[in-house]
Design a protein around this ligand. Structure first.
Ligand SMILES: Nc1nc2c(ncn2[C@@H]2O[C@H](COP(=O)(O)OP(=O)(O)OP(=O)(O)O)[C@@H](O)[C@H]2O)c(=O)[nH]1
Ligand SMILES: [Mg+2]
Length: 226
């Protein structure tokens, strides 16, 4: 999406070197609900009708992690296929990634491989969490096994921006992961993975087929998040 967004990328990213600020990016196809999730967390609201995001939006947030105040910048942008990939500046100095798909549209799950490959090209080691959004529309999806998460050891969150399910937990965990990455600690990632392992998962079904196809096309092997 380089062409459309030259101006927002002139932002000063040096501030992310400071100890008290982290940058968290959001990836995923258009209309999976990236902006709605941020709005739900930050504004505690949900406005069902909104045009897609055509440029970078920065959502600013202040969090308290282990008694310390942390400034969090959430970077959100459009995932329209026509942009094909993100500008390198989008990934620059990011400390964590929230990668979203829509449980109602399988193509958004299939495309995770492309998003993940690009993320790892620019940021090989930052923590990444996987988000299955819109579970309000089909609660049965929470019983499905999504092998992409297991394959790359990514924590998987079943959420709904519409009714708020798991949204606060998702964002609070992402913030802690970003802070923990910045402090070179793996502790919190291990904790999160262990906790999410307790989910009851059914045997793999057709949801997993697209992922296997991608594997044959040679997507990268699981990098260990740190
Ligand atoms: N039922 C339901 N609809 C949702 C949910 N989250 C988002 N939507 C709807 O999905 C559509 C797209 O949401 P956005 O947040 O704009 O999607 P986006 O990923 O930011 O899209 P781009 O900005 O184009 O990349 C909107 O019509 C939302 O109302 C959800 O949890 N449940
Ligand atoms: Mg958006």
């Amino acid at each position: 999406m380089a062409g459309d967004t030259a101006k927002p990328f002139e932002l000063d990213q040096e501030k992310y070197d400071a100890e008290d600020s982290v940058k968290i990016i959001c990836l995923g196809d258009s209309a999976v609900g990236k902006s709605k999730l941020m709005e739900r967390f930050l504004l505690d609201g949900f406005r069902p009708q909104q045009l897609s995001t055509y440029a970078l939006t920065l959502y600013k947030h202040t969090a308290t992690v282990d008694g310390r105040t942390v400034l969090v910048d959430f970077w959100d942008t459009a995932g329209q296929e026509r942009f094909q990939s993100m500008h390198a500046s989008y990934y620059h100095k990011a400390h964590a990634c929230i990668m979203v798909f829509d449980v109602q549209r399988k193509v958004t799950y299939r495309n995770l491989g492309t998003w993940y490959a690009e993320l790892r090209e620019f940021r090989p080691e930052i923590p990444c969490v996987l988000v299955a959004n819109k579970i309000d529309a089909d609660i049965k999806m929470t019983q499905k096994s999504f092998s992409f998460a297991k394959k790359f050891s990514l924590p998987l969150y079943f959420v709904s921006a519409a009714d708020g399910t798991n949204v606060v937990k998702l964002f609070n965990d992402a913030i802690r992961l970003a802070v923990s990455y910045k402090q070179n600690s793996r502790d919190f990632m291990d904790e999160v993975l262990q906790e999410l392992e307790n989910f009851d998962l059914e045997p793999e079904d057709e949801e997993d087929r697209p992922d296997q196809e991608q594997e044959q096309r040679g997507h990268p092997e699981s990098p260990a998040p740190s």
